[in-house]
Design a protein around this ligand. Structure first.
Ligand SMILES: Nc1ncnc2c1ncn2[C@@H]1O[C@H](COP(=O)(O)OP(=O)(O)OP(=O)(O)O)[C@@H](O)[C@H]1O
Ligand SMILES: [Mg+2]
Length: 330
């Protein structure tokens, strides 16, 4: 049992909001219990303190982001803060991609253990793949799994808007990366990462790219930096080694098509869908397009006041989506 002095100290530290002292006294109580042979109770107390400390430091880190992002003014203007709205469960991914995403999350969660051995968790990621295949969604899911804010930077917009001073603006963004732990998604990364022999090598982009490489190399925080591009093949290959991991998203295969449609239609009744025809009609469409076709199917069902989404309505919606497909990239 804790002594009267310890109970008093616990109450005093709690009421004055002195977390450090509160945990220190709680650990003293645990040590006393261990000395009295109550090992299990001592272990439980230490575990509770450890968990509480982690929660407190996580919420302080989140609070910091809000506090720092606001007064930083200019950097806040460059960052589009998004609520991490997706969970990893919402994502339909090929097993190999899911494994890589989960590895990032696990390493981040085990950061202190890795650091104790002089190792760094993956924090600089390059996402490549066609539009609508989950790059932004995965960044959002990583942020929500790690309970971090998500900040999006549109590099193409940054360059257009701040021509001549975009490298400087990038420095402001990386100041925020280093001060406030969050997930920073640099979208449209190919707008600065074109291959040198691609003929697109405009001076401003080169400056921004060089600045980006310097900043990413000298990152000294626990933030995650994710660069996303639709045009992985056009990126300068020398860039790849600057990242801790490259995750390649692709159009859904047959299994993912079915999984995507099942997930999207789980709230409505879909008796006996003709899967063969549906999967065939969806081949070549992105997850995003398939999701929209499902929504169209559901809208029709609602408006016709039928309870079911039928194979015919899904096929019609998928075929309509094909009309929106952009011409194949050359
Ligand atoms: N892997 C996926 N699993 C489930 N839904 C997905 C997936 N990929 C995309 N979607 C759906 O498509 C929408 C758009 O996806 P997202 O914004 O992640 O695409 P993106 O790869 O970032 O595309 P872009 O290159 O155009 O930025 C999502 O909001 C979601 O509804
Ligand atoms: Mg995106």
């Amino acid at each position: 049992m804790p002594s009267a002095a310890q109970v008093k100290a616990l109450i005093q530290s709690h009421s004055s909001g002195d977390d450090e002292r509160f945990y220190a006294v709680a650990l003293q109580v645990a040590a006393a219990e261990a000395r009295n042979g109550h090992e299990t109770l001592a272990r439980d107390l230490r575990a509770i303190v450890d968990q509480a400390k982690t929660r407190t430091s996580e919420s302080k880190a989140r609070f910091n982001v809000v506090q720092i992002a606001q007064p930083m003014g200019e950097a806040a203007e460059l960052l589009d803060a998004r609520l991490p709205e997706f969970s990893i469960k919402d994502l339909v991914l090929a097993d190999s991609v899911r494994e890589r995403v989960m590895r990032v999350i696990h390493e981040q969660r085990q950061m202190s253990r890795l650091q104790a051995h002089g190792l760094r968790p993956r924090q600089r990621l390059l996402f490549t793949g066609p539009p609508g295949c989950g790059k932004t969604m995965t960044a959002s899911a990583i942020a929500s799994e790690l309970r971090l804010p998500l900040f999006v930077v549109r590099l193409d917009a940054l360059i257009t808007r701040y021509l001549g001073e975009s490298a400087n603006k990038l420095r402001l963004i990386f100041e925020s990366v280093n001060q406030s732990r969050a997930v920073y998604l640099f979208d449209e990364f190919d707008s600065i990462g074109y291959s040198r022999d691609g003929g697109q090598d405009v001076g401003e982009m080169r400056r921004v790219l060089n600045a980006f490489l310097v900043f990413i190399e000298s990152m000294h925080s626990h933030s995650l930096v994710i660069a996303a591009t639709n045009h992985g093949s056009r990126l300068d290959k020398a860039l790849y080694r600057r990242f801790d991991d490259l995750i390649e998203f692709s159009l859904p295969g047959d299994d993912e098509i079915r999984q995507m449609i099942e997930t999207r239609l789980q709230s409505v009744s879909t008796p006996k869908l003709g899967w063969q025809k549906i999967v065939k009609a969806a081949r070549g469409l992105s997850f995003g397009e398939i999701g929209r076709a499902c929504d169209d199917g559901m809208k029709q069902a609602v408006m016709k006041e039928t309870a079911n989404v039928s194979t015919a309505s899904l096929l019609a919606a998928l075929n309509e989506r094909r009309l929106f497909l952009p011409p194949a990239e050359t």
